[in-house]
Every structure is written in structure tokens, then in C-alpha cells.
Design a protein. Structure first.
Length: 264
């Protein structure tokens, strides 16, 4: 889409223009990754942007997150290919590194402050981990894009772990948890156990009632002002007031309902 078309789309969808422009760059980068014979078959798309592009969640997102699900691609090979895509799209690479568990690249368009982050987890995954190929759906990109991703139960398990294990709270995790719970998605217990990285989360992954009680505690800890400030730009304007006033209560209700069912 050209600039005028993106501005018109932003007005139609009641979002900030910068959000529409960022999403267009996200999907272009994702399309190049999906076309690559290594990246397209070795990386499973996950996180909030996967929920939006693949499952039509209404929350916008800043990052592209993946799991490495096949071990025959090296971190250096992956990072080199990401750099190549950034160059092909005329994006400036502002950060790029490999650590023990992560490959990361950040890039931005010339003249833009907002950065696109691509992060790949190198943590070992179960050999029989369920992945599927799904089509990306977004008005900012007309061509068909098929990506390797996870079924919703695995994405819910990953979102639960993000809430429990992040060293900081981010309201986008809370919104995604609400969105998944409200669609009656049940977490994938095997992924939850395999992907947990700290002792507390590993223990909770084997005790479902305790897991839900821990999530309830996390929901209560989110500050209303943080939800309004950080989540606002990622939602259509008509939903921002609802998120500020009702998101915590609605998420709490969904967790409590499941917990009540478990405990009889």
C-alpha cells in the first residue's frame, strides 16, 4: 500500500497512522522470511503479532517473535538472513546480536523512530511439537503469505509463560490472555511444561489450579495507568477506554470461572 492508502486505512480502522505504517513493514518483513527456504521452515511464528496476522486478534503489535523448531539452522545463518531481508527492504539495522538463547535484530525505516524487532528463541523444543501452516490476513498487504506457526492452545501456553516469566509487566500480554480465554482456548499442557524456563513456572506448569491462581495474582498486579498508557496505541481508539476500565476485571472473571470448574 502507498502512503495515502495507509492513511486512509488508519482512519477507517480508527488507529494511529504510525501503527498502520508499522504493521505494513512487519508484514513485508514476515513475507520475506516466509519465502526463505530456511527461515520459512525452521521458525514458528508466535506471540501477539501471530495472534493478529494469523488468528485476527484486534490488538496491534510491535514485534515479530519466533521459536526455532528445527535444529539444522545455525544462529549465525539465521541472523545473516535477517540482515539480508532488512537490506532488501531498505531498513536500517539498529541492533543485531546472538546470545545463548536468542537471536535478535532491530531495524527501522529511514526517518522513523519506531523500530521493528525480530526475536527468535533458540530454546530446545520438543521433537513432536505441533506446528501448522496458516495464511496471513491483513489489509496492508495484498499478496498471500503462508507462515509456519502454532495452534492457538500453544500460543496460549506461551502467553501464560510470558506473563509468569517476564522480569517486567506489559499490558499487551494481559490483553492477549483475555482474548484467548474469551475464545475458550485451552492451554497446551505439554508445551507449557517444555517451554517453562524458571523453577517456579516449571512447577506451576504441572499444577493447573496453581497455575491459574498465579495468573490471577499477576492480573491484579497490573497498574491501570500502565494499561491505559502502554496498550492504548495498540488498540483501535474505540477500545482504549474499555481496556483501561474493564480489561483486568474481565480477565479475572475468565480465570476464576476456569478455576472454579477445576476445583469443583
Amino acid at each position: 500500500m502507498n502512503e495515502q492508502e495507509l492513511l486512509a486505512l488508519a482512519r477507517q480502522q480508527d488507529i494511529d497512522p504510525s501503527t498502520a505504517f508499522h504493521e505494513e513493514r512487519e508484514v513485508r518483513f514476515l513475507a520475506r522470511m516466509a519465502e526463505d527456504p530456511v527461515l520459512g521452515t525452521h521458525l514458528a511464528f508466535k506471540g501477539g503479532t501471530a495472534l493478529r496476522f494469523v488468528y485476527l486478534c484486534d490488538r496491534y503489535s510491535d514485534d515479530l517473535d519466533f521459536d526455532l523448531v528445527r535444529a539444522d539452522a545455525t544462529p549465525r545463518q539465521i541472523l545473516s538472513k535477517l540482515r539480508g531481508i532488512a537490506d532488501a527492504l531498505a531498513l536500517e539495522v539498529t541492533d543485531a546480536w546472538i546470545k545463548r538463547r536468542t537471536v535478535l535484530l532491530e531495524a527501522r525505516a529511514p526517518g522513523w523512530k519506531r523500530r521493528l524487532k525480530i526475536e527468535i528463541s533458540l530454546l530446545p523444543r520438543a521433537a513432536k511439537l505441533a506446528t501448522i501452516v496458516r495464511n496471513v490476513v491483513t489489509p496492508v498487504y495484498g499478496a498471500s503469505v503462508n507462515v509456519l506457526t502454532y495452534p492457538l492452545p500453544l500460543l496460549l501456553a506461551g502467553k501464560m509463560l510470558a506473563i509468569l516469566e517476564r522480569p517486567y509487566r506489559t499490558p499487551r500480554d494481559l490483553y492477549d490472555l483475555f482474548w484467548l480465554l474469551s475464545r475458550d482456548v485451552e492451554e497446551d499442557a505439554a508445551y507449557l511444561r517444555d517451554a517453562a524456563t524458571n523453577p517456579v513456572a516449571k512447577k506451576l506448569a504441572s499444577d493447573r489450579p496453581a497455575l491459574y491462581r498465579a495468573l490471577l495474582e499477576q492480573v491484579d498486579a497490573y497498574a491501570d495507568r500502565q494499561i491505559a498508557t502502554e496498550l492504548g496505541a495498540l488498540l483501535p481508539r474505540r477500545q482504549r477506554r474499555w481496556a483501561s476500565s474493564d480489561l483486568k476485571d474481565r480477565t479475572r472473571e475468565l480465570l476464576e470461572l476456569r478455576l472454579k470448574t477445576m476445583e469443583g
